[in-house]
Design a protein around this ligand. Structure first.
Ligand code: ADP
Ligand code: ASP
Ligand code: MG
Length: 416
């Protein structure tokens, strides 16, 4: 059972979360809890580090920002004990949760779960700090923002849990961000691959890495709300007794495959165009190699064919925050790349439609373009994969586009 930042924001909320744990324990389940820091805490800690020195040591950054989870793990253990449930906290290093030493974005390499399993066998509920681990050099590491989801899935896989329940401030995964589209509908089930696309495309309800890991390790994930009454009968979304929330599972478990199951929006996408690039082997490698060397993540890429086989244009997107660095990098590499002109702009929005049913259906891209055209929205770039179609549009039409597509693909809540 993993509780996110808003779910442990105060001692009162920790008590509410603990009542969910008590329900599961009373039902005869063995439980390990994973907690985030109180909401806002990690931001505050990051702020203090930056205030101390912009050029700080990443190992000390991790020592500071990992501390928020230690507070909530201890408090959760205290509150559980107070309710008569034996419990103790575990910091990442105490489990241990072993990671590589990419401080600030570490990956879990192994979890030695014996201590957790033997505690559970003794009737104790271990409470593990999310977000953190320990490197082979013995230093505290953190997994990247939102990383407690990944801690939870990794712990679930390590203890061979039947389920990993992610308790948060929404009661499941929605067809699109419910804060943007009030008509968004909760999904009963979503396939791992769809969830992975949604997470990559801006639906930050689960950290991408946690979905990858759940898919690889076959962990059944449930997204559900902490704010539901912990003592109410547990009713699944289909109305039968079961687990409330959205189940993230294998595609085979989903009977009715939607062509489009969700719509996502990612803002602050910058577009860069290189004009009259020499049309010869190795040019794209030189461009994207130069950007990769600077750790700039490129997303959509479009290259035109040239009429005469001489020159071509290449357009791609990077996050707004990387725009200036990308332009600088490409200007500096100008002699190796040979292009006539570089231009670009910040503030694009990427809108995507996602659905495993797309695999077996033609015409999703064209219907998406038509739905946008009907609203007079111009499309700047297009990319597709087997189960998604993305377009880059002007930022000012982003919400309009999401709402239009949500309605167009029949995703709006029935009673809305
Ligand atoms: P936690 O602190 O529990 O980890 P997060 O803030 O990381 O919670 O994630 C939950 C939030 O994700 C919700 O409050 C919601 O606004 C947002 N969100 C974005 N897209 C979606 C979606 N498709 N379905 C549900 N929630 C979404
Ligand atoms: N507390 C960490 C963060 O805010 C990890 C998490 O909440 O998942 O990023
Ligand atoms: Mg989160």
């Amino acid at each position: 059972m993993k509780f996110g930042g808003t779910s442990v924001a105060t001692v009162e909320r920790i008590r509410q979360a603990a009542r969910h744990v008590k329900r599961e324990v009373d039902a005869g389940n063995q439980v390990t809890v994973v907690v985030s820091a109180m909401s806002g805490k990690t931001n505050e800690l990051v702020g203090w580090v930056n205030e101390s020195s912009l050029l700080h040591d990443a190992r000390e950054y991790d020592a500071v920002v990992a501390s928020g989870e230690q507070v909530t793990a201890g408090l959760m253990a205290i509150v559980l004990s107070d309710m008569g449930i034996s419990s103790r906290s575990f910091a990442g290093w105490q489990v241990p949760i072993l990671t590589d030493d990419a401080h600030g974005a570490a990956r879990i390499t192994d979890i030695q779960a014996d201590s957790l399993v033997s505690r559970m066998n003794e009737g104790v509920v271990p409470v593990v700090t999310g977000f953190q681990g320990i490197s082979s050099k013995g230093r505290i590491t953190t997994l990247g923002r939102g990383g407690s989801d990944t801690s939870a899935v990794a712990v679930a896989a390590a203890v061979k849990a039947d389920r990993c329940d992610i308790y948060t401030d929404v009661d499941g995964v929605y067809t699109t961000d419910p804060r943007i589209v009030p008509k968004a509908r909760r999904m009963n089930k979503i396939a791992f691959e769809e969830m992975l696309e949604m997470a990559s495309l801006g639906a930050k309800v689960l950290m991408i890495r946690s979905v990858e890991l759940a898919m690889a390790q076959k962990v059944r994930l449930v997204v559900r709300s902490t704010f539901d009454d912990p003592d109410a009968p547990q009713i699944a979304p289909d109305g039968t007794p079961g687990i409330p929330g959205t189940l993230v599972c294998d595609e085979e478990e989903i009977m009715e495959k939607q062509i489009v199951s969700g719509v996502t929006l990612a803002k602050a996408e910058a577009k860069i165009t290189l004009r009259d690039v020499k049309d010869k082997p190795g040019v794209a490698a030189a461009i994207f190699g130069a950007l990769a060397d600077e750790s700039i993540v490129v997303d959509m890429i479009v290259q035109n064919i040239s009429d005469d086989g001489q020159f071509t244009d290449i357009t791609f997107t990077v996050p707004d925050s990387e725009f200036d660095k990308a332009i600088r990098t490409l200007k500096a590499a100008g002699d190796r790349i040979e292009y006539a002109k570089i231009s670009g702009s910040k503030g694009g929005a990427k809108i995507s439609v996602v659905g495993v049913g797309m695999r077996s259906h033609a015409g999703v891209a064209s219907s998406m373009f038509k739905a946008l055209a009907d609203k007079g929205i111009n499309i700047q770039l297009i990319t597709t994969s087997e189960i998604k179609t993305s377009v880059l549009i002007d930022d000012q039409y982003a919400e309009l586009a999401v709402r239009a597509l949500h309605t167009y693909y029949g995703l709006d809540k029935e009673d809305a």
